[in-house]
Design a protein around this ligand. Structure first.
Ligand code: UDP
Length: 488
């Protein structure tokens, strides 16, 4: 197999959002560490954000390349320079963004057809179903990289099948999700809007597209590990699906420099200052609050969150993304002299933080998270208990996994998904933030939760080490590609 591996060339195509690009960059490193040649395909502006990770990988002789195709922003009806979900002026433009992505099909196919060494397979994230067609036209297999856990995949499958989401059941009436190995109770307002708001006609269209994409997909690669959710992996395999859990991929970032580089934008904070600050805190004492890359948080909610963190009287690191730094938030920070008020125990990072680095620091004792899958899994890897604050999409499913199944988190208590059209609204009050921090850090209950979190963290590391479940699943994936292209 070793000589065959040397000849393989894996093509990785992430959907253009940080929650897809970052794990696929990690997976590129994992594959290159197994002596494969890997090429990432993205658009010029997204290439800039990953270039330094690739440069660093190349310095360690990993064979990772980068190729670009221009993004047709204007043809798709988007502002110029808008090449990622994070740069969309509003979530209402997601449809145009998907149209733009679909337009990449032809140029990518052309690029791959002329590429040397010849591509052996395409691995693309789940939001790019048309890459299945590109692969089939080139006569190579396509694998779908799932950026959610088997638990949430199964939830999506089962909730989608339940006709009640289309019927008159009220938004707040709890119901049990049928077909889940554990009892999971949900309400309609926690279901991703794509399921509840889509009309019958569009729904059929989406389902048809999904069936077609599945037909052209050889298997699913899930950024998760079997030991964390064995019943859910099993349930999926029993449905006859070819899936391999290959994560957590972020664990490939072992060195401090890699963790810093993955954090990307170094302009947001002097990283040595951030580390010095963390070093100065007691172990397990700091609350880290960060809400991912996608959501747009109302200004009043940002302010309320800050007041809750302040009221907790605990040390904290609070990330306020650039897009959330509205004039109102800036004015509040300044008028209230907030940073001065929390000086010494509160660190505010405006923009982008080196999250994997922060989470793995021993002084971090809790993570207030929006339950994006990457963030959730990164907390599992670091053995950090969570305060779950889902905002939309499958984040409510991830909350169920963290709180009800893994039992390593407590809910902040949101019942409904955040909707941008609702304007400047407070979903979680400062008292709730304060109370839930107290609950998470409560000495009596804390011990058990930390113990479980640390056990899961050890399992995650073992899964990715030589001989571990995810390591072996990657071996099976490589074997599968060899079989597919050589017909063996
Ligand atoms: N992230 C980061 N720094 C930040 C915010 C996010 O490095 O300040 C990374 C985080 O580590 C994770 C990804 O961005 O890998 C966010 O993905 P997730 O699925 O958690 O949330 P989403 O982007 O979908 O909101």
């Amino acid at each position: 197999m070793a000589s065959q591996i040397e000849k393989l060339h894996f093509i990785l195509i992430p959907f253009m959002s940080q929650s897809h690009i970052l794990p696929l960059m990690d997976f590129a490193k994992v594959l290159a560490q197994r002596h494969l040649t890997v090429t990432i395909i993205t658009t010029p502006l997204n290439a800039i954000s990953v270039k330094s990770i690739i440069d660093q990988a190349q310095k360690t002789h990993l064979k990772i390349g980068l190729d670009t195709v221009p993004f047709p922003s204007q043809e798709a009806g988007l502002p110029q320079g808008c090449e990622s979900m994070e740069t969309l002026p509003s979530h209402d433009m997601a449809k145009e963004f998907f149209v733009g992505c679909k337009m990449l099909q032809e140029p990518i196919q052309k690029l791959l057809a002329d590429m040397q060494p010849r591509p052996s397979c395409i691995i693309s994230t789940n939001s790019l179903p048309w890459t299945g067609k590109v692969a089939s036209n080139l006569g190579i297999p396509r694998y779908a990289f799932q950026t959610i856990a088997c638990f949430s995949l199964l939830m999506s499958h089962n909730v989608g099948r339940m006709t009640l989401v289309q019927t008159a059941i009220s938004d707040t009436e709890p119901f049990v999700v049928q077909g889940m190995p554990d009892k999971i109770v949900l309400t309609k307002s926690q279901i991703p809007q794509i399921v509840t708001r889509t009309g019958e006609e569009d729904r059929k269209g989406i389902i048809d597209q999904m069936i077609e994409a599945e037909r052209l997909t050889r298997g699913m690669l899930v950024n998760s590990f079997e030991e964390m959710e064995p019943k859910y992996v099993e349930a999926f395999k029993n449905m006859g699906k070819k899936i391999w859990c290959i994560g957590p991929v972020s664990l490939c970032n072992k060195e401090m420099s890699e963790k810093l580089e993955r954090g990307g934008n170094k302009d947001s904070i002097d990283q040595s200052l951030c580390l010095k600050w963390l070093d100065s805190m007691e172990s397990n004492s700091v609350i880290y609050a960060c809400f991912g890359s996608m959501g747009i948080i109302p200004s009043s909610q940002i302010i309320e969150t800050g007041l809750g963190l302040e009221a907790s009287n605990r040390p904290f690191i609070w990330i306020i993304r650039k897009r959330d730094l509205s004039a109102k938030v800036e004015k509040w920070l300044e008028d209230e002299n907030f940073e001065e008020r929390v000086k010494g125990r509160g660190l505010i990072i405006r923009g982008w933080a080196p999250q994997v680095l922060i989470l793995s620091h021993p002084s971090v004792g809790g993570f207030i998270t929006h339950c994006g899958w990457n963030s959730t899994l990164e907390a599992v890897c670091a053995g950090v208990p969570m305060i779950t604050w889902p905002m939309f999409s499958e984040q409510f499913y991830n909350e169920k996994l963290v709180v009800n199944v893994l039992k390593i988190g407590v809910r902040v208590g949101v019942e409904v998904a955040m909707k941008t059209e609702e304007g400047d609204k407070v979903y979680v009050r400062r008292e709730q933030v304060k109370e839930v921090i107290e609950q998470l850090m409560d000495e009596e209950e804390k011990g058990e939760r930390i113990k479980r979190a640390k056990e899961l963290s050890e399992m995650a590391t073992k899964a990715t080490e030589e001989g571990g479940s995810s390591f072996l699943n990657i071996t099976m994936l490589i074997q599968d590609v060899i079989e597919q292209i050589t017909g063996q």
